[in-house]
Design a protein around this ligand. Sequence first.
Ligand code: KE4
Length: 428
Amino acid sequence: MEIEKSKMLYKRALELMPGGVNSPVRAFKAVGGSPIFIKKAKGSRIYDVDSNEYIDYVLSWGPMIVGHSHPSVVKALKTAIENGTSFGAPTSLEIELAQMVIKAYPSIEKIRMVNSGTEATMSAIRAARGFSKRDKIIKFEGCYHGHANGLLVKAGSGATTFGVPDSPGVPKSYAKNTITLPFNDIKAFKSMVQKEWKSIACVIVEPVVGNIGCVLPKPGFLEALRKETEKYGIVLIFDEVMTGFRVSFGGAQEYYKVIPDMTCLGKVIGGGLPVGAYGGKREIMSMVAPEGPVYQAGTLAGNPIAMTAGIETLKILSKKDTYEKLEKTMQRLEDGLKDAAKRAGVKTRFYRAGTMFCTYFTDKDVYDYKTAKTSDTERFAKFFMGMLNRGINLAPSQFEAGFISIAHTKADIEKTISAAYRTLTELK
Ligand code: KE4
């Protein structure tokens, strides 16, 4: 692909913004080369500033599940904008979206809209701490819950329970309240909780870990989290920012039939505009200001334009057979990608939950951060570039999930499979 205009824009962007982007993964650091700048998008397609066309499997990192610029979303937004873009006062749109989400997630008795997944998880943890009057949290290695200080933490060395900062700028004092454990390790989880439960406010988990690609919970893992947290009065938070309305309409909690105390959402519920949300048991959510003492606020929270995009998106998703059609398209893509790797003689492992997926370049089973890291990232980078040059836009990192939309056609999938076969044979 000829990407001269993108290269020129990137050069300029580098002078103005850190790494030339407003979110690190967009800079292509993990795959090399210069990031493509997008001019527009429609359905399953995105178009860069050099007028190259791509079938898009990033979909803005999950939100665009009904496809880019869906006609009814665009129409509703045009009308909403005519009525004004922000009031800093309640609107009926917030009630409408709240009702739609609560109907799909019965575990959410009360919900608060915020502007991002980061705000959702940060606020849910504060509410859980306020409710339980405990300070520590448990997270799992490789799970990403946004960039709040207490969540940019990795496991401390040896038997220490406290975490250490995973980024400069995070004070040690913030990290010491975060315990990080291996995902899917029930034994490690149970022994930590038995030892430390008195100081643990909550456990936060990506029920399917989309931030190390696509790592599935082993049978019994989520159930064990539920059972142990129940036993010790610890709040169980499912971070469904990525899995919500993605692995199924009712998210991972519906898919795996494990019900958390609190749920964080984002991405799809904003339909491409900035929306996050956290919610759960009434007794916990009633702690949140102004009903309760736990403070949390946001100038643009519940923004009418963002609410409109979310409402229209969920309306489209709630139509009959939507998820059956998504599942059919996804199954064909899975079969095709696996078959292409087999025919090309390249060792890969493919995982998916609903319509989030990942192809790892490894011959080992992937079930946690350590095993995900056995993948050959050099090989992934070559695969990524080969696919991009064939008009297929994948996530620019081995440790990110891919997504499909209702706009992806049979022809899109067949084109993707043949591009994958040709690219994989080049890797030999
Ligand atoms: P945001 O603050 O980026 O809206 O959401 C943070 C977040 C929280 N929880 C989960 C499970 C998430 O996946 C995310 C954000 N996901 C990344 C993709 N891995 C967003 C892409 C980016 O950082 O640019």
